[in-house]
Ligand binder design. Structure first.
Ligand SMILES: *Cc1c(COP(=O)(O)O)cnc(C)c1O
Length: 347
């Protein structure tokens, strides 16, 4: 029997309608530009093979991944030419694979441009660094004759502080516009999720939302537009009845003040439910809140079942994981909350 067929005690419920809704909302907010989708890091942990068909069905035609292996994971799900590889051709073999499969490389440096041209080139994207100082060609390199040999589909840049109202956004916009005037291209792209909310000037022809597709709300302008997409579900492994004075978990940081019924849930920090949730997180059953008691362990978390006394071993509870709220409680970013969710969740 393949391991995937064995029963799991953890699963990620994906609300496909909410995912399609979020893409459509971001596409509408992108105005005259089309919204693509960042599906790197296994669609932010949601499961790229699950998310991509939903996004495609909703109308999305541009998908962004980081590595060749991530492109290979979804290349059979979309039309040739609709995946772009953000880290670009790291070696000749990446370049050759992408060319053979019709995956667009995002050229981030003169070295990568040379690598792409050496294997025969073809349609590609270009990333220009306009101030974040990560990947991308420097503005001062844009006159290099090597770049004239590229056939550029999308000319990208990436915003450093799109979720904040800071002068950096206008500065990067101006540099991106200058880059657009220097390098011939078919389409231009600057905005991530929060960048979409900055306004039409930042939209270009194509936007690249990621976190907001999956339920993240990175800025105030997106409040009310975005729905929760991911619901982590975990099984109760065991019930316990505590007496007053009994302690729960490592280091006994929770001590029962009165008799109580608790559940041991199959979720721990090895699954991405980090120790910062100790004594702070909660699970949900039929709308009732079941607080986390004591310290989160590697594979287990204990919850108070006072609000749901009918629950039994084998019943499932939902982990409270509305991203803006979960971020405020845990101190983790909404991006981390998504990408932390581990391999033991069935997707
Ligand atoms: C990850 C990424 C995005 C998506 O950003 P979000 O903030 O998640 O919307 C867009 N563009 C690039 C280049 C990225 O690396």
């Amino acid at each position: 029997m393949p391991a995937e067929a064995l029963p799991a005690a953890l699963r990620l419920d994906l609300d496909r309608a909410a995912l399609a809704h979020n893409w459509a909302a971001l596409d509408r907010l992108s105005g005259a530009a089309r919204a693509g989708a960042a599906v790197k890091a296994d669609a932010y942990g949601v499961g790229a093979r699950q998310a991509v068909p939903v996004l495609h069905q909703a109308g999305c035609r541009d998908f962004f991944v980081t590595y060749t292996a991530e492109a290979a994971d979804i290349v059979d799900l979309v039309e040739p030419g609709s995946i772009a590889l953000l880290h670009g051709p790291l070696a000749a073999i990446d370049a050759q694979w992408a060319k053979a499969k019709g995956v667009r490389q995002v050229i981030n440096s003169l070295d990568q441009a040379r690598r792409w041209i050496e294997i025969g080139g073809g349609l590609c994207d270009v990333m220009v660094d306009t101030g974040i100082n990560r990947l991308g060609l420097a503005m001062s390199e844009l006159g290099d004759p090597l770049l004239r040999q590229l056939d550029i589909d999308v000319l990208h840049s990436h915003l450093a502080s799109s979720e904040e109202d800071v002068p950096m956004n206008a500065l990067q916009l101006a540099r991106w516009q200058e880059a657009r005037s220097l390098l011939p291209h078919r389409r231009a792209s600057l905005a991530n999720s929060a960048g979409i909310a900055l306004g039409a000037a930042w939209h270009g022809d194509l936007t690249r939302p990621g976190v907001a597709l999956y339920g993240g709300v990175p800025c105030k302008a997106l409040v009310g537009e975005i729905r929760q997409v991911v619901r982590p579900m975990a099984a109760i492994m065991q019930l316990r009845d505590l007496a007053a004075g009994d302690a729960v978990g490592y280091n006994s940081i929770f001590v029962a003040e009165r008799p109580m019924r608790v559940g041991v849930v199959a979720l721990g920090y090895a699954d991405g439910y980090l120790r910062c949730w100790s004594g702070k997180g909660s699970m949900i059953s039929k709308g009732r809140e079941l607080p986390v008691l004591g310290r989160v362990s590697m594979d287990m978390t204990v919850i108070d079942l006072a609000a749901a006394p009918e629950l039994r071993e084998g019943d499932w509870v939902e982990v409270a994981y509305d991203l803006p709220a979960a971020s405020a409680i845990s101190g983790l970013s909404q991006y981390e909350l998504l990408t932390l969710l581990g391999k033991r969740f069935s997707r």
